[in-house]
Design a protein around this ligand. Structure first.
Ligand code: 4AD
Ligand code: MG
Length: 480
């Protein structure tokens, strides 16, 4: 018999066909005369119904079909009587591929808390919510590659292990094969990394940007899409120690070209997900509405998940400078309900996520591209503006998320760049390879980084970033 993904059985043309499906049992109910088995093989959000007649399927087999078990069913696809789905499978033969002891299987056919499911992250992909999230995540990843491929960008694989800290924030994870209990020492008592595997200090990459710039200086339009690592000790719903980042880098783009590309790109992948994941997103939309209803009135969002996605995909983002944002924040009334006072913000300070969310959710009520930040709160590679105080940076802020993209036009002028590096204590010698792009054939260029998990959060409406990556890495959490 032809083996089929359940998704394909839902097409009406399949009615009358004999087929075999395999999947995991979600529930079994019924009586002495008939059993209804809800099964899922990961291809769909709604479980598929298998009907088993005890005259056909032995009692011994039926007993072993419990929540979590894996089964193989051969039978005939018939039109479904009940509402919800078009067809169901009348079982002629069922094989139990793997039993799941009801006493021990953690996932029961009921609603589990997110905390419980996080503790059981090795099994949570078997729930409806996580099935939907990971199908949407896949679609978004695919949309990223499609978008750039269609535009003629080249996908570059930048190294995971590197000797540089691109963002200069000092939040790197060291990579070493030295015995840290008894490390080799230099004459002045420091750890001697020349004895290490790479004969120098190395760490996991925080960003592929610097290598991406090298590629853009040869292939003109490139993007990276890989894991990045940050040892920032922030236990928030927006931070992971290991997250995936998409970093396009383009020669001949100025800051405005960069903003145009970023806006079009974000809208495009959101639209792709809406088009290709409608059933999953409808499920997640209902879920988000339930979650929203549980929140106190002042924290509820006025738009539902799907409405928000449609709105963002269809409307221009607001574009304002950092200085304009500070003026708005300084002139806004302090929010009495929350303790936070927006007035305390001074020019030069970095925006806190409360400020970002105020601008996006309360003031403009749409995504905001915030540009031209003070140079002292941004990385060394950003292009310096004429005013001597700001750089051609852009952050894109999203409702419910805050910063989703960070980017800039790059400083292409060798002299300006090296003066800035000296000011910030960044070694020209160590980054000689980066400076070679400015030394030889330099040109204006720009790029940005999208935090992939934050985008998955936005599209799925999941409140916690730990719930949009299969195996979240956060402080104290790297079990499997
Ligand atoms: O703003 P960031 O630090 O920018 C860069 O790394 C640049 N090199 C990008 C570039 O211009 N090529 O990080 C970019 C994005 C952030 O806007 C955020 O969405 C995400 O990466 N991000 C994180 N996501 C999850 N967990 C973390 N700890 C994150 N840190 C940054
Ligand atoms: Mg940033």
């Amino acid at each position: 018999n032809k083996r089929s993904k359940i998704k394909l059985l839902l097409k009406s043309s399949k009615i009358g066909e004999k087929t075999t499906i395999m999947g995991w049992v979600r529930t079994k109910r019924g009586n002495k005369n008939v059993s209804f088995i809800a099964i899922n093989d990961g291809s769909i959000i709604n479980n598929y119904q298998v009907v088993a007649d005890p005259n056909v399927i032995s009692e011994d087999i039926l007993k072993r079909i419990t929540t979590g078990a894996c089964i193989k069913v051969t039978g005939k696809v018939v039109a479904s009587q009940g509402a919800g789905q078009d067809s169901e499978l009348i079982a002629e033969q069922i094989e139990v591929l793997g039993e799941a002891d009801t006493e021990k299987y953690p996932l029961q056919p009921k609603k589990h808390s997110m905390e419980f499911l996080r503790e059981n992250a090795h099994l949570r992909m078997r729930t409806n919510t996580f099935g939907a999230v990971f199908r949407v995540r896949h679609a978004l990843a695919f949309a990223v590659h499609k978008y750039f491929n269609d535009k003629g960008f080249f996908y570059i694989h930048t190294p995971i292990i590197t000797a540089s800290d691109a963002e200069g924030a000092g939040e790197t994870f060291r990579v070493s094969t030295l015995d840290m209990k008894n490390p080799p020492l230099t004459d002045d008592g420091a750890i001697d990394y020349s004895k290490d595997f790479f004969e120098r200090e190395t760490n996991l990459t925080v960003s592929g940007q610097l290598e991406g710039e090298l590629a853009a200086m040869a292939l003109a339009e490139i993007y990276t899409f890989g894991p990045t690592f940050r040892a920032e000790n922030s236990n928030t719903t927006r931070h992971l120690a290991e997250f995936w980042m998409i970093e396009p880098e383009m020669a001949f783009y100025d800051a405005e070209d960069n903003q145009d590309l970023a806006e079009d790109f974000l809208k495009s992948i959101i639209s792709y997900a809406m088009e290709h994941c409608s059933a999953d997103l409808e499920f997640l939309d209902k879920r988000a509405a339930d979650e929203n209803a549980k929140k106190p009135a002042n924290e509820r969002t006025d738009l539902g998940l799907l409405e928000r996605l449609r709105f963002v995909a269809e409307h221009d983002f607001e574009r304002i400078t950092y200085t304009e944002a500070i003026n708005i924040l300084q002139n806004s009334k302090p929010n009495k309900k929350k303790k936070f006072n927006y007035l305390i913000e001074e020019w030069g300070a970095d925006l806190q996520s409360e400020h970002e969310r105020f601008l996006v959710e309360k003031h403009f009520k749409k995504p905001v591209i915030l540009t031209d930040y003070p140079k002292d709160i941004k990385a060394f590679y950003m292009k310096q503006n004429e005013d001597g105080k700001t750089v051609a940076a852009m952050d894109i802020l999203f409702p419910g998320i805050g910063e989703i993209v960070g980017g800039s036009q790059r400083e292409e002028n060798m002299e300006k760049l090296t003066i800035r590096m000296d000011e910030m204590g960044i070694s020209q010698e160590e980054l000689y390879w980066y400076l070679d792009t400015r030394r030889f054939g330099t040109t204006p260029h720009s790029g940005f980084g999208l935090g992939f998990e934050r985008m998955v959060q936005f599209v799925t409406g999941m409140g916690n970033i730990r719930d949009v990556i299969a195996f979240p890495r956060t402080p104290g959490n790297a079990e499997f």
